[in-house]
Design a protein around this ligand. Sequence first.
Ligand SMILES: Cc1cc2nc3c(=O)[nH]c(=O)nc-3n(C[C@H](O)[C@H](O)[C@H](O)COP(=O)(O)OP(=O)(O)OC[C@H]3O[C@@H](n4cnc5c(N)ncnc54)[C@H](O)[C@@H]3O)c2cc1C
Length: 525
Amino acid sequence: MRTFDVIIIGSGLAGMAAALHLAGERRVAIVTKRKLLDGASSWAQGGIAGVLGSGDSVTDHVRDTLSAGAGLCNRDAAEFVVAGSKAAVEWLIDAGVPFSRDEANPEQFHLTREGGHSRRRIIHAEDATGAAVQGTLAEKVRANPNIQILEQHIAIDLITSRKLGLKDRRCFGAYVLDQASGEVETLAAPHTVLAAGGTGKVYLYTTNPDTATGDGLAMGWRAGCRVANMEFIQFHPTCLYHPHAKSFLISEAVRGEGGVLKLPDGHRFMPEHDERAELAPRDIVARAIDYEMKKRGLDCVHLDISHKPADFLRAHFPNIHSRCLEFGIDMTRQPIPVVPAAHYTCGGIMTDLRGRTDLAGLYAAGEVGFTGLHGANRLASNSLLECVVYARAVATDILAQRRESVPTLPDWDASRVTDPAEEIIIAHNWDELRRAMWDYVGIVRTRKRLARAQHRIKLLTDEINEYYSTFRVSADLIELRNLVLTADLIVRCAMLRHESRGLHYSVDYPQTSPIAVNTVLTPEG
Ligand SMILES: Cc1cc2nc3c(=O)[nH]c(=O)nc-3n(C[C@H](O)[C@H](O)[C@H](O)COP(=O)(O)OP(=O)(O)OC[C@H]3O[C@@H](n4cnc5c(N)ncnc54)[C@H](O)[C@@H]3O)c2cc1C
């Protein structure tokens, strides 16, 4: 057993920011299942929203957040995050993140605008903001002697008082598989932070990296935490459509800077769906694309910004421009083929404004958490902001408590498992699950399709659980077990919502109820 003051599961923006805030006074372990920089945060392109420009205000940013959230945002959370946005961005600037400057006024940072925002308020580092932020924080994390980085270590489950036969509901750490040695380690700490990111890999098509398998969500749920609003999965409207382009996202900023969506025959269709056209919130744009594709049997639609000067495009979108060129698409001269793909999980483990979950000693920050900020739909670029603000809130809460010790924890018991006889079941079930979720629990839902998905998920769950209790754990098996649970939680939430709101659209319940209510699931036992 290894003991720390704080264990952080995940090295995305939420995890690294929390670690840096804590490391002045606590010994911190960052457990991360791949390399330090792997995760959605490094992939973020557009930027970070905040009240930064002179014409902007907390009131305006909160209003845009609530409007995108379709009546379901927690106003306290929105006000808390937006009020903390300036300090959050300044913390990143002080850390040395090379945000882009305004060409006309190089004293100032350049602010861009994205769908649903009434102002230019997105600070960015060209079109690769996440890489710039994560690269900067990773250097600081690596240089900090109080932070121990455990790469290629995948957390399997949290260790709670229940496991020790104790009465109070508390978390004492986690079992973690060291993928190099194959050994399961017991990590103990009075405080554990789930910062394990989202769940995009539960869908066949996603913009998310391979790390987004719902591990934090599943671990929190199994440990006894409530989960909310998992039906609200944001589908990014514009993922590059190309057989060899795995999850490459074409940033919202392309539409923000004047890109228009067209059918293959050149007809611009968004004005027929919403008066805000391409700048409508993402769910509306994604549903419009889905509608046009299904109606006309299209494989994709086109995003065209070739009317803008080539120099402007190369300067503002160097990353997107060069990635598209790798696939033979020159965005300065031709439209980009795009499709929607699963992008962001609005629901998650329920937390309060301090990031506390239902279990004492357990916190959640970043995409894994449900703070209520996003409501039924996330406003673009509010998620990186949420990571930074809640990472600080979690750290502040932990630092305000006195140091506690943890009891001796039992080691992982591998006495009843053997080496797997064959691994094809993992690959097969993984594919089957993601396809079923895509086909039955996608952008437009029906009761019948959800019931079909639930039936499939039940069969897969039984099979996977049997496999899990028989064979030695591996990273793939851990992720698959978490994915199938994530799928189950999404479907259960979707079935409970008898209306259409924000990202959840049901053909059977097309109306929006006058009263907005969160879908809250409580684990048994
Ligand atoms: C392509 C793309 C572009 C985006 N662009 C923007 C944008 O411009 N602005 C914006 O605000 N948001 C954007 N988002 C969303 C935003 O990037 C994410 O919501 C945010 O980065 C989540 O940060 P996080 O720290 O919660 O999780 P992540 O950054 O995903 O980090 C999760 C970490 O947990 C680790 N992990 C997971 N499971 C385990 C386990 N079992 N054991 C150990 N480690 C584990 C992962 O390896 C990873 O290190 C984008 C997302 C994508 C995919």
